[in-house]
Design a protein. Sequence first.
Length: 302
Amino acid sequence: MINNLAELIKVAQNQTKMKLVVAAAQDEDVLTAVMEAKNMNIIEGILVGDEEKINLIAKEIGMDLSQFTVVNKPDLMEAALESVRMVSQGEADFVMKGILDTSILLKAVLNKEVGLRTDSLLSHVMVYEAEHYHKLLYLTDGGMNIEPSLDEKKGILKNAIVAAKALGRPEVMVSCLAAKEKVNEKMPSTVDGAELKKLAEEGYFGENVIVEGPIAFDLAVSKEAAAIKGYNSPVAGETDVMLVPTIEVGNGIGKALTYMANAKSAGVIMGAKAPVVLVSRADSSETKLYSIALGSVIAANQ
């Protein structure tokens, strides 16, 4: 069971080595993370993009490109399509976003001919290691689905549960966030939270999954807050997966964890045939390294 990102790195190092393909790899932080992942024996790498720019950056950071396969595709859409095709046809195990817009990569992922489309909804999962929380927190969806419906929340939760179980959670505790714990018809997040809890009790999300909802953030992460308020739930203070009602809530919580609480993080898109490593351009090479490790462990478990 993985409780922090250092343990995630160790698991990625000790499992079967996965092959990563990077779409539009001509970015210093991305190449630095890929180089570190290779040096740490986490991945084999394929770099797709502008070969001239990749060579120049590699020289600047001391990267030995002889350890990688480099595919020259300067056009961003072509780089995305080629990267996704490699995963689809088994030439690579998972894909990472380089220096291109997320929309371009997702268009390739959903391409009917070479893409990684499944019947599942695509959703983003960020994994956070925060100093004052005792295990990893899986936050979803603060990156893709804007204002998901109940059906979409079902898919988002399924994806996050797959990610949590891939990292060894024997029992996945889910909090469906809302501003209060009582159902209020004027607050859709409370209605959906209660319905998702009911579905979990009926076995919709599989074995060893406990869903609580609606539940406020403080109760989701703090047993002390739950005790003070007299709130009883096995999920209180033990949340693994935090389902947010809208992208703004997820984006805000995630950035608050990063910039105010100095939390470490990793991010992937779930729901495709293979994980898609997706982090912000502003994220550090360390976050990108953790995200590669996350994608590698999930790919190995898929």
